[in-house]
Ligand binder design. Structure first.
Ligand code: 5GP
Length: 210
């Protein structure tokens, strides 16, 4: 059977809503899905691995890549540059794998405006108060960065209406299951199963090549 192009899933939401943990959990349960590793100019946090969490690059290299049109989208988030590599996404989609992006709201809206075909999923905290306490507890950012992230969350939360699905992350296990269900439901769409339908129809009509 010919390779059916994979689907793109854009998972988005303010910092601290829990999208990275949800994505990690869902990736363990799903098959044929890869996580899109972005480029960033942000310094590496303890425990992060270059090439697994991000490609950590200099601002100069990042801007060169922008100039060369290497990013599907890119944005300045909390003072650092982040970008999704076209080549990475395209390579996996054309190999028939689904690709999951963990990007900020500006990036997701820019993909929508460009008409990129994707499933847009928003991860929201149960409340703004809860978001504040999660970011403070995380302890990975300096105090000034915590303030920036909380201020940015205020406008990021204004874009939920533009998305296809909303996951309110009150319980991580449940949120992971919801993301898995979204991917599985999308995979059952008739429009995504044309190759199978064609094969079966050919078989029924006796036209199947052996
Ligand atoms: P963090 O520094 O906490 O890993 O990520 C900060 C924010 O940048 C998160 O909201 C994350 O989703 C977003 N982000 C990560 N990679 C990209 C990317 O390639 N493009 C955009 N627009 N945002 C990204």
């Amino acid at each position: 059977m010919r390779v059916v192009r994979g689907s793109l899933y854009v998972v988005c939401g303010p910092s601290g809503a829990g999208k990275t943990s949800i994505i990690r959990g869902a990736l363990e349960k799903l098959q044929n899905v890869v996580f899109s590793v972005s480029c960033t100019t942000r310094p590496k946090r303890p425990g992060e691995v270059d090439g697994r969490d991000y490609f950590f690059i200099s601002e100069e290299e990042f801007l060169n890549r922008v100039k060369n049109g290497e990013f599907l989208e890119w944005a300045k988030v909390h003072g650092h540059l982040y970008g999704t590599l076209k080549s990475f996404v395209e390579e996996h989609l054309s190999a028939g794998e689904d690709v999951l992006l963990d990007i900020d709201v500006q990036g997701a809206i820019s993909l929508k405006r460009k008409g990129v075909e994707a499933v847009f999923i928003y991860v929201a905290p149960p409340s703004y108060e809860e978001l504040k306490s999660r970011i403070a507890k995380r302890g990975t950012e300096k105090e000034t960065d915590v303030i920036v992230r909380l201020e940015n969350a205020k406008w990021e939360l204004m874009f939920m209406d533009e998305f296809d699905y909303l996951i309110v992350n009150s319980d991580l296990t449940r949120s992971i299951d919801l993301l898995v269900s979204i991917v599985e439901a999308e995979r059952t769409r008739v429009s995504r199963n044309k190759a199978f339908i064609d094969e079966l129809v050919m078989e029924v009509k006796g036209w199947k090549r052996s």
